[in-house]
Design a protein around this ligand. Structure first.
Ligand code: FES
Length: 338
């Protein structure tokens, strides 16, 4: 198994309009995206076969991509269909490298290897465009790697420090959780959470009942944070971390929520709050990577960090070319204080 066997977001569907070409980078590959004559998204290697200009710097026209250096033209299969300098001579048989592409939940995904493994399908955004649910989509660049980003997204102890009041405050409340590694994923079921949810506690959990809170990591790069406050209050954050360069990760965040009649009114508030929280995480994660580059990544783990250790075990298996689904199942009970 290889990291390139998985599907990665390369663009939002709405960004790839007709005749537009978008550059994308994932795991060291350079892609040029455009739409063919039928409107299907196409991903070519971002390199003209003639003399190595960047194809993504050009425009598409009627479903074809023309390099603007000498005009070689590519169709949706990557084949060169026109070489202006050759006039009417028979066309040379050239074809650019293409990547598998699919479009789901208004994202364009690409797979960088030839794998056809259907068990590694793109992650579906829960309740996206489902009746009664609202959705907000954000995109942010983090100066850190996928592993550290994913760990941050399911890390509770930092929230009271990096996002004080917005998310949580330090109350010295005991939390317990069951952490389970299984089938290439890590699932954390929390117990004991009630009201420490920042300035919107009164709205999210007016009755102060125990909240159902589950965090998950799915190989290779997806996290899900799911809060069920009551029948009319549920909030899910799905983050997909795309490795676009060395220690550079582009994160697509989908906030799907069901607040009943408050869905629409809540939207601008949630968007603003979420972006504020993400900006704070971008800052701390950028700082963390600076220190790692200087001193190395020697971590001193506590009980709450078991979640991170299990995520790392999955990411490390992938880096070794192994299938993390073969790792032994593990269930660990933890407690910590927030
Ligand atoms: Fe693209 Fe010459 S480099 S046509």
């Amino acid at each position: 198994m290889n990291l390139k066997d998985f599907w990665y977001i390369v663009a939002e569907s709405k960004a790839l309009t007709r005749d537009k070409v978008i550059a994308a980078r994932v795991l060291g590959e350079w892609l040029a995206l455009f739409r063919d004559e039928s409107g299907n998204a196409v991903a070519l290697e971002d390199r003209c076969l003639h003399r190595c200009a960047r194809l993504s710097k050009r425009k598409a026209r009627e479903g074809k991509l023309q390099c603007s250096y000498h005009g070689w033209t590519y169709n949706g299969k990557g084949s060169v269909i026109h070489v202006p300098s050759e006039g009417e001579k028979p066309k040379p048989k050239h074809a650019a490298r293409t990547f598998q592409v699919c479009e789901i939940d208004d994202y364009i995904y690409a797979r960088l290897s030839d794998s056809r493994d259907e068990s590694l399908a793109p992650f579906r955004i829960p309740f996206y465009k489902t009746n009664g649910w609202a959705a907000i989509r954000l995109q942010n660049l983090f100066k850190n790697n996928v592993t550290n980003c994913a760990e941050n997204f399911v890390d509770i102890p930092h929230t009271a420090f990096v996002h004080p009041k917005i998310f949580r405050v330090t109350k010295n409340e005991r939390l317990t959780a069951t952490v389970e590694r299984k089938n290439g994923s890590v699932k954390v079921d929390y117990r004991g959470e009630r009201a420490n949810l920042g300035i919107f506690s009164w709205f999210l959990n007016a009755t102060g009942k125990e909240i159902q809170h589950t965090d998950s990591f799915f190989m290779p790069n997806v996290t899900s944070v799911d809060y069920i406050f009551s029948d009319r209050r549920r909030f899910i954050i799905t983050s997909q971390a795309i490795p676009i360069g060395e220690d550079e990760t582009l994160v697509y965040t989908d906030l799907t929520y069901n607040y009943g009649v408050w869905n629409r009114l809540a939207k601008p508030i949630i968007r603003r709050q979420a972006q504020t929280i993400i900006n704070q995480d971008i800052e701390i994660l950028g700082e963390q990577m600076e220190v790692i580059k200087k001193f190395g990544a020697q971590f001193s783990n506590t009980e709450a960090d078991v979640i991170h250790v299990l995520i790392e075990s999955i990411r490390d298996a992938l880096a070794r070319g192994e299938d993390p689904r073969q790792l032994p199942d593990k269930t660990i009970e933890i407690e910590f204080w927030v």
